[in-house]
Design a protein around this ligand. Structure first.
Ligand code: PLP
Length: 369
């Protein structure tokens, strides 16, 4: 249906931080499927786990148990520090599940979300997504009760919470909105306000999760625990999957939510392998170290058209003074894939296995661009 604004590139292979087109030309991939391929393209562990699982069992209904799903549930409870999980298939579905859970647990229906937020393209997730371009053609929203408030302004959230607010939903760092990092106390203050007013707090860690910002989840860096957290993107090492986690006492009751494919054996095998790879290869540390190295090099570029370089771990935004489409084209032509978000922000979210040499090349190309 021609819905994507595609670039003239036909990809056929990938390994680590490199993808190859059909002519054999290689690219350093700072897009990584938009923050998906955290363990690198075609990680041998993930490939092996998918192959092995595909020989045994590809799909069964959630009417039955599988060991692999239970193992992943345990593993996610451990890495999130939360109590319960529900499996789905994408980020938008995770947000839908989080919204449904907040409504059913609180008995209230409204949401408070941030300006410049992005939570997905399904109608429910769109209801808490801010950008008019994504929303307007599909209005009215399912929840007409979303109040959008400026990001990184806790008092605005206090003002916006009403007696009917089920939850506040926030990205700990806004991705699509331009890699926006809130003030260091913001999320703590929001947590306090939610506790005072009896409002649930949902973190959408779809983009920031699984080591992207240098810790398993970005919430750790702000020392704040949400009641419900959405995950997707990197969870399955490239294989499609989504999930929500919630704290004790916050749960659906039997029959309140379901998904045919959610938590299927292949996705669970891929996710377990990916989590193991992140641990074994110390990718959280690499994300922190390479992220710091990358940002320092970007900040040292001698360019007065750069407004700001910002980020955490390997979630980096380079804001420039004008629309960045031409940079994306130049970089691609010179063997580097980058993405432009929020019109003038180059978003760099490479696999967490990226090396210093690869970063040097990327910065060289961006400087030329
Ligand atoms: N939430 C956030 C923070 C995202 O960045 C995205 C996608 O970019 C989504 C939700 C939607 O995820 P999906 O495209 O898997 O539905």
């Amino acid at each position: 249906m021609q819905t994507y604004g595609r670039q003239p590139l036909l990809l056929s292979k990938g390994k680590g931080a490199i993808v190859q087109d059909i002519y054999g030309k290689e690219y350093i991939d700072c897009v990584a499927g938009i923050a998906v391929n955290n363990v690198g393209h075609c990680h041998s562990k993930v490939v092996g786990a998918i192959k092995e699982q595909a020989e045994k069992l590809i799909h069964v209904s959630n009417l039955y148990y599988t060991e692999i799903q239970a193992e992943l549930a345990e593993s996610l409870v451990s890495v999130t520090g939360m109590e319960r999980v529900f499996f789905c298939n994408s980020g938008a579905e995770a947000v839908e599940a989080a919204m449904k859970l907040a409504r059913v647990v609180s008995g209230k229906s409204a949401f408070v979300a941030a300006e410049h937020s992005f939570h997905g393209r399904t109608i429910g997730a769109l209801s808490v997504t801010h950008k008019n371009m994504y929303r307007d053609p599909f209005m009215p929203p399912v929840s007409s009760e979303t109040t959008f408030v400026p990001y990184s302004d806790a008092e605005a959230i206090r003002q916006a919470i009403s007696g009917n607010t089920a939850a506040v939903i926030l990205e700990p760092i806004q991705g699509e909105g331009g890699v926006n990092i809130p003030g260091s106390e913001y999320l703590k203050e929001v947590r306090e306000i939610c506790d005072e007013t009896g409002t649930l707090l949902i973190f959408d860690e779809v983009q920031t999760g699984f080591g992207r910002t240098g810790t398993w989840f970005c919430k750790e860096q702000f020392g704040v625990e949400p009641d419900i957290m959405g995950m997707a993107k990197a969870i399955g090492g490239g294989f499609p999957m989504g999930a929500i986690a919630a704290t004790e006492g916050i749960s659906f009751e039997r029959g309140q939510h379901a998904s045919t494919f959610g938590g299927g054996p292949l996705a669970c095998a891929a996710a377990l392998a990916s989590i193991e790879a992140i641990e074994e290869e110390k990718l959280l540390k690499n994300s922190k170290e390479m992220g710091a190295y990358f940002m320092e090099k970007l900040r040292n570029m001698e360019r007065n058209d750069v407004v700001e370089v910002r980020g955490k771990g390997l979630m980096i935004g380079v804001e420039i003074k004008y629309p960045c489409g031409k940079f994306v084209d130049f970089a691609r032509e010179h063997g580097v894939l980058v993405n432009c978000t929020s019109e003038s922000v180059l978003r760099l979210v490479p696999p967490l296995v990226i090396t210093k040499e690869q970063i040097d090349t990327v910065v060289d190309v961006l400087e030329q661009a």
